[in-house]
Design a protein around this ligand. Structure first.
Ligand code: 5AD
Ligand code: SF4
Length: 469
């Protein structure tokens, strides 16, 4: 899977902090797990529920509907959901004693993968709804309110986005100056470790007109930076306004024409889909931020083959050279899996070597987790947990060193920063560097939405401190 699971903290106010329409009588609490696409989907479900009279709340105790938007990418992700459902069951019983109903829904990739099993394991759950059918949520809820238990996990034939209502302008303004926009969903690559092709279905690209219209609405509401999302975002393609077939590169050029949109990003990509036009966009499009998340998973050809990644380590390194030749200040990020079945010490060393060769600005690394239904889970030579632990530690130490080094290399430099939100501490604001680091500045350095020039004075754990240049 190519979208990163991120800690809720990194998203600031994104998912839990939701709109309250004035006439609403029912309340919904949405909890989002996993990747940015789930954050985006949670917002769109909240928008649909607002029309249905549900006001969002961040107090689970007062909710008439609790919706968990789940992630299935690794074992712990699903287990967290089940333990949360245990707590919710108690809450639901308390509410019932007080004479109030609380509906419980499970959405997202666990919903898609487990279906009715969720209701069997957690009888407090009233509805299970997969990612392809969120536009049916109001209808599903109406049934659930009449006491039916519902499992809705078809791969819908209709386009969910076409049927999901757009948020109000005021709500977009409230959500801030950066936004996600899903342009592509699903995956046809079938890496042998990954559940995404099963939970998100096959690759679908949203049409150009829909994407442009949504980006224009975002810009009109003051959004300055848009991140295009897709499990395989660089596999996006569509019929352009000139009737030609566009790839992601062309789409980025088109979106850069929208007044107000100053910054574009996309995530996450597969190395096989980095075409010439997209690399050219990195060279020629100043709005395209110099940061690329390009997962490789392993540096061993043998393991890459077993993972069905369909490229070798050398292909990846050559690609990185071409991308750096196009844009020399690009910061690279990646995903890694250690302990894939059959991984030997030598295979792991090849991964360490690849990391040294690339020199990442940031990265995400995981222990292999067998996912039911994927070919990897059936493979014989599973790696012992202790070996996975030890390899993960070594890899993460190296990646952390590279990340720190990248941060430190920026000290003393003057860079652009998009002022994003108030800081955690009084007197501060937080911005975003071109390379996605949070930048802490004095609150008087600029207004939210401004792009200001700052000089980096020092680095924090994952952030930069800066003063107005
Ligand atoms: N085990 C461990 N990590 C996984 N990922 C995807 N599937 C698994 C799995 N079964 C990681 C990959 C992917 C990231 C989002 O999650 O590195 O790129
Ligand atoms: Fe999963 Fe591979 Fe598809 Fe990414 S490309 S979503 S890792 S199957």
């Amino acid at each position: 899977m190519e979208l990163n699971t991120i800690e809720r903290d990194d998203l600031g106010a994104a998912a839990e902090d939701l709109v309250v329409p004035p006439a609403a009588t029912r309340k919904v609490f949405v909890k989002t797990y996993g990747c940015q696409m789930n954050v985006y989907d949670s917002q769109r479900m909240t928008d649909a529920l607002a029309i249905d009279g549900y006001a969002a709340t961040d107090a689970i105790g007062e909710a008439d509907l609790v919706l968990l938007n789940t992630c299935h990418i690794r074992e712990k992700a699903a287990e967290k959901v089940y333990s949360e459902l245990g707590r919710i069951r108690e809450l639901k019983a308390e509410r019932a004693k007080a004479g109030r109903e609380m509906l419980v829904g499970v959405a997202g990739c666990v919903a898609q993968a487990e279906g009715a099993e969720i209701i069997r394991r957690s009888p407090a759950v009233d509805l299970v709804i997969g990612p392809q059918t969120y536009h049916r949520l109001p209808a599903v809820l109406a049934k659930a309110r009449s006491g039916e238990k519902i499992v809705e996990t078809d791969y819908a034939v209709e386009d969910k986005f076409e049927h999901l209502p757009q948020p109000k302008r005021a709500e977009l303004i409230r959500r801030g100056v950066t936004a996600f926009l899903t342009v592509q969903e699903g995956c046809d690559k079938f890496c042998t470790f990954c559940v995404v092709p099963y939970t998100r279905g096959s690759e679908v690209s949203r049409p150009v007109a829909q994407i442009v219209a949504e980006a224009e609405r975002l810009a009109d509401a003051g959004v300055r930076e848009v991140t295009l999302l897709g499990q395989n975002v660089n596999a996006w393609h569509g019929r352009g306004e000139d009737s030609e077939e566009w790839g992601l590169g062309r789409l980025l050029f088109r979106l850069a024409e929208i007044p107000g949109l100053a910054r574009l990003r996309y995530t996450t990509s597969h190395p096989r889909d980095m075409d010439d036009e997209l690399i050219a966009a990195h060279r020629d499009l100043p709005a395209l931020m110099p940061y690329l998340h390009l997962p490789v998973q392993s540096g061993s050809d043998r393991i890459l083959k077993a993972m069905n990644r369909r490229h070798m380590a050398k292909d990846y390194l050559t690609l990185i050279d071409r991308i750096r030749a196009a844009r020399n200040d690009i910061a690279l990020s990646g995903d890694f899996i250690v302990g894939f079945p059959g991984e030997t010490e030598a295979d792991f060393e090849a991964t360490m070597q690849l990391v040294k060769d690339v020199n990442y600005a940031s990265a995400f690394s995981f222990k292999y987790s067998p996912r039911p239904g994927t070919p990897g889970a059936e493979m014989n030579d599973q790696v012992p947990e202790a070996v996975k632990d030890e390899r993960l530690q070594r890899l993460q130490a190296l990646l952390l060193k590279q990340q720190r080094h990248f941060g430190a290399s920026l000290v003393g430099r003057t860079i652009d920063t998009l002022v994003e939100k108030p800081g955690r501490q009084a007197g501060q604001k937080v911005g975003r560097s071109p390379w996605l680091q949070p930048v802490i500045v004095d609150e008087k350095a600029g207004e939210i939405g401004d792009i200001i020039q700052v000089r980096i004075t020092k680095t924090g754990y994952n952030s930069l401190f800066a003063e107005l240049a």
